[in-house]
Design a protein around this ligand. Sequence first.
Ligand SMILES: Nc1ncnc2c1ncn2[C@@H]1O[C@H](COP(=O)(O)OP(=O)(O)O)[C@@H](O)[C@H]1O
Ligand SMILES: [Mg+2]
Length: 239
Amino acid sequence: MPPILDVRQYTKRFDMHVLNGKRIHALSNVSFSLEPGELVGLVGTSGSGKSTLMKSIYRTYLATSGAILYQSLRYGPIDLVRATDHQIIALRRDEITYCSQFLSVIPRVPAVDVVAESLFRQGIDRDRGQQQSRDYLDRLGLPQELWDAYPSTFSGGEQQRINVARAIIARPRLLLIDEPTASLDQRTKDVVIDMIVALKAGGTSVLCISHDRYTLDRLADRRIELQDGHVVAASEPVS
Ligand SMILES: Nc1ncnc2c1ncn2[C@@H]1O[C@H](COP(=O)(O)OP(=O)(O)O)[C@@H](O)[C@H]1O
Ligand SMILES: [Mg+2]
């Protein structure tokens, strides 16, 4: 089977027009691949380019050069660098999910609907979507009185749980997840890790940024390290 994701010589440069045209070389010739059902841990110091790489795969950022081949259910092999916006929108709805480090809060939407949003978009009816959402919120230990409240008022750890739940509830084919356990207590961390393990068992391939040794030890089949926008080390798969 071909890799589900094959990043080839990917380069991303930011041209800062406001700073006298200063250029930031965020990623330089980055190559690596992700096998179906694999979980790769993406590590490296702050500023090394991890989030930029993830946002490039999700096509929040456009490439300077290179290719990102993805094996889509719907389109077959597709280069995410060159895919049309229409294709990217469909892939984000049905196959690829990005979970950022922080929750971008949607105003005046209660937690239960924020989490169920991807299910609603896929056409699942309201009652069933909310039921599944409550089940996730319950397992993540979010107090029941918060389920119908607006996440904009939640604490960092509560928002993070909402963020993770909404990213994984629809069981994406490819999950890009940035620091899923950073501000969680040990018990909740274990719940999140168990949820990602279950997702993986169902066939989801995962790229996971984490600084947390415990999380990586439990989850990662392999690690890739970035330094100043270059891949400096990639460990062999643990068999
Ligand atoms: N939108 C952006 N505009 C300009 N520079 C950016 C942008 N996003 C990231 N960078 C720069 O790219 C480099 C890598 O950042 P980032 O990918 O966030 O690192 P990491 O996630 O590993 O901490 C940094 O120098 C950062 O300042
Ligand atoms: Mg980052």
